[in-house]
Design a protein around this ligand. Structure first.
Ligand code: G3H
Length: 258
């Protein structure tokens, strides 16, 4: 029986990867909307995949924040070996999230759990543009921006567009614009419609969408039946090297079609 369900899951994973034309999908049994412990399993799966895929030498891993990735981070295990060192950096500057789910915090947790190191990017959200220009010229900030540009691996989640816009306290005007353009999904501060087309971008320093295409190892982690449409939208145009980690409820909903 267990073997049957295991084979069933492999089949779902293959169909999902084929549906999006991506190299791999990993599907965990259950629905993280109702079972929070699925997020821990996402973490365990990510740990295993990172252990298999990260090359030896020095790896720079850029991470995004959010509640999913924050929980995933807590469940990573040692990835450091005598031949492999990992440096975690936030993929982008602050985007108005609560401290515990900010990319800076998440990358620090990942570094602790995996025995690697991390570098923070302290660029506040609300600064006048001349202050901002000066800030990003600071050597300490430049150094982290350079690391982000050199990253060989990215770990991110996918959020519900309007919910994320409100959570990040974006202006009423922007909310209206996002509604008008029918934004469905959000990732990296970019908003996408149902077809996965970019409809809005937040101007933030750090990793830009164009750079993502060139990064060899990308993990998108999101699940729950309620995120099926959102994940489907983002994944339509996601870089083909993306490895999606999701759950069964979400995968079935996507494969069923909308
Ligand atoms: O960009 C996507 C969001 O970070 C996802 O946030 O994991 O809290 O839904 P969430």
């Amino acid at each position: 029986k267990l073997l049957d369900s295991l084979f069933g899951m492999r089949e779902i994973e293959n169909r999902l990867a084929e549906h999006f034309g991506i190299q791999q999908a990993v599907v965990v049994a259950g629905d993280c909307d109702v079972q929070e412990k699925i997020l821990e399993e996402f973490g365990a799966n990510l740990s295993e995949l990172l252990n298999d895929r990260l090359p030896t030498g020095e790896n720079i891993i850029a991470v995004m924040g959010g509640s999913t990735i924050a929980k995933v981070a807590k469940n990573l295990t040692r990835l450091e070996t005598d031949k492999r060192h990992n440096i975690f950096v936030p993929a982008r500057g602050g985007i108005g999230e609560a401290v515990d789910v900010q990319a800076n915090t998440v990358s620090a947790v990942m570094a602790t759990k995996t025995h690697g190191t991390h570098r923070a990017l302290y660029v506040p959200e609300q600064v006048k543009s001349d202050t901002y220009e000066l800030l990003i010229q600071e050597p300490a900030i430049q150094e982290v921006l350079t690391l982000i540009r050199q990253s060989g691996c990215v770990i991110h989640s996918i959020g519900k567009a309007m919910y994320m816009a409100r959570r990040r306290k974006m202006s009423e005007e922007t909310l209206r614009l996002l509604k008008e353009k029918k934004a469905v999904a959000e990732s990296f501060g970019y908003f996408f419609d149902e077809q996965g087309l970019l409809v809005y971008k937040m101007h933030r320093i750090g990793l830009q969408l164009e750079q993502l295409e060139k990064i060899p190892l990308i993990f998108a982690i999101a699940g729950g039946k309620s995120k099926a449409k959102v994940i489907n939208a983002y994944m339509k145009n996601a870089p083909k090297q993306t490895i999606l980690i999701t759950d069964e409820a979400c995968a079935n909903e996507i494969l069923k079609g909308f």
